[in-house]
Design a protein around this ligand. Structure first.
Ligand code: UDP
Length: 313
């Protein structure tokens, strides 16, 4: 049985990855320090013989007994309000954490995939974003702690590949959504669903003309799986190129939930104005493209938020 270590296992993406690798017949070792993750997301895996969980902060030396075939590094605060609250942890998990896991991969002869992000493109001057665009990042702005940690992560991962011949994979993840997002993580989709379900105003930051392109989690997980199994060591964008303004997105959520209205708040500093992945490379190298369109994806996600959003009686 092949063995995979997944960091950030109790988080939104990490927990879906654990499910996928269990389904594929792997022995899955989940690791998380539960800073932003929740055991609720992986509770159903604990009874399984081929699942183990380590409560550990990967910014500190990582030890895993036995062999490892694959490592997926998905530990990190990942929403803007989380990394504003936890700037040092965000920097450490992307830098020291990645270094520790690269060292572990080298010691075990494992292949490692690291979760990078569309944030490496910053507030992009090229649209849509291709992998060869170098980005427009403010290193000392509020998002710098995440963006620069992830940029360093890419640099050190490439260095381990080039210098040590390590088998590495780098995925640049664009906005992703689906069940198990935290209702209070501050990101636009959980915020809008929670507000609409409670009948509160949907807080549009700025005038709502900024765009994002939202990928359903199952599509993302498929992209990650294919990239890990591929022989491509350079960064690959995975995301859904269907771009929408935040204002129009709020209207879609209001229509689906059947209540809510929009209210306006100031635009946060350095909030990217436009974001859409160019997925030409993912199509060519992985034969991957999204299968779940937004109308279907938000319906599935609404079912989840209906269950977890607390409405005051
Ligand atoms: N946003 C918003 N209202 C909210 C939360 C976010 O209008 O309650 C906007 C935010 O300013 C950004 C977009 O929605 O332009 C996506 O924000 P999110 O935090 O989900 O992720 P980002 O793509 O900025 O990392």
């Amino acid at each position: 049985m092949k063995r995979v270590l997944i960091t950030g296992a109790a988080g939104f993406l990490g927990s879906h990855l654990c499910d996928r690798f269990i389904k594929e017949g792997y022995h899955v070792i989940g690791m998380d320090n539960l800073l932003t993750g929740s055991l609720d997301n992986i509770e159903h895996l604990f009874p399984l013989e081929n699942f183990e969980f380590y409560y550990h902060d990967v910014s500190k030396f990582v030890h895993v007994p036995g062999e490892l075939d694959y490592i997926l590094h998905f530990a990190s605060p990942a929403s803007p309000i989380d990394y504003l609250k936890m700037p040092i942890q965000t920097l450490k998990v992307g830098s020291l954490g990645t270094h520790n896991l690269l060292g572990l991969a080298k010691a075990k002869g494992a292949r490692i995939l690291v979760a990078s992000t569309s944030e490496v493109y910053g507030d992009p001057l090229v649209h849509p974003q291709t992998e060869d665009y170098w980005g427009n990042v403010n290193p000392i702005g509020p998002r710098g702690v995440y963006d620069e940690a992830k940029r360093f992560q890419e640099a050190i991962t490439m260095a381990y590949h080039n210098f040590h011949g390590l088998e590495t994979r780098i995925i640049r993840i664009f906005n992703t959504y689906g069940p198990r997002m935290r209702t209070d993580d501050g990101r636009v989709l959980p915020a809008f669903f929670s507000q609409a379900i409670r009948g509160e105003g949907l807080t549009i930051f700025g005038d709502g003309s900024q765009t994002r392109s939202f990928c359903y989690v199952d599509d993302l997980v498929e992209g990650i799986y294919r990239l890990l199994m591929s022989d491509h060591h350079l960064p690959v964008n995975i995301g859904n190129p269907d771009e929408i303004t935040i204002g129009d997105f709020a209207e879609e959520i209001i229509k689906l939930v059947g209540k809510g209205e929009v209210t306006y708040r100031p635009l946060p500093e350095d909030d990217p104005k436009r974001r859409r992945p160019d997925i030409t490379k993912a199509k060519a190298v992985l034969g991957w493209e999204p299968q779940v369109d937004r109308s279907e994806g938000i319906k599935r996600t609404f079912e989840y938020f209906k269950k977890v959003v607390k409405v005051d009686a």
